[in-house]
Design a protein around this ligand. Sequence first.
Ligand SMILES: [Zn+2]
Ligand SMILES: [Zn+2]
Length: 225
Amino acid sequence: MRRSLIVAVVSLIGLLAIATVASADHAWSAYHFPSDNLNPTVVDKTSSSLYDVTAGVQEWAALGTPIQPQITTAKKGDITVTEAFSPFWLGLARIFIDGDHITKGEVKLNTKLLDDYPAGAADHVLCQEIGHVLGLNHNRDGAQGGSPDDTCMNDQVNLFTTQYTSPNSHDTDQLNANYNHIDPSAGGDDGGGGGGCPPGKPDHPKCSASEASGHWVTVHVFWVD
Ligand SMILES: [Zn+2]
Ligand SMILES: [Zn+2]
């Protein structure tokens, strides 16, 4: 069971790598939050002192791009950050997609393993997984991404010696490119915003893109070396 899941994840990464070689960008496919939910809320369910999720979220908002995640003290939100354990990864990101639109996201952080790394490593991984949930892929200088690659979206660093704990200007550029449009059906996606599908009116445009038609995608894993 576990083995087949890993194989599926690895093959997805292979496909993504092929798909993104041609362009020097680092968008995670075309995935993005719909334009009627550019202020996705983030729920911090971590308890370890390794993480400052509020600061991590604010760092992405501070880039000043159209996507403005914000921490919430509510029990539910668009993005949930939790701790979890695996022998294989330090962190991972999942997004729930409806077409190209992200309707919710999850970040999992492996406290038990991150505890053995220098302090900045947990920050690097947290920053990267939030970036994935906002629609970014890895930024590896060269074939995928571009200069500068001194960003937490760089997954090619040795976290014992190098930690990039913040996004950089290339991430700002990529998010500005991802979020430079208004979706024609703004308001039609169940992005956690207002409105929604009126009961008893299945033909209403706001009922056409309910979460029931979407699915989870998990590809972004910060592997243990
Ligand atoms: Zn859109
Ligand atoms: Zn990653």
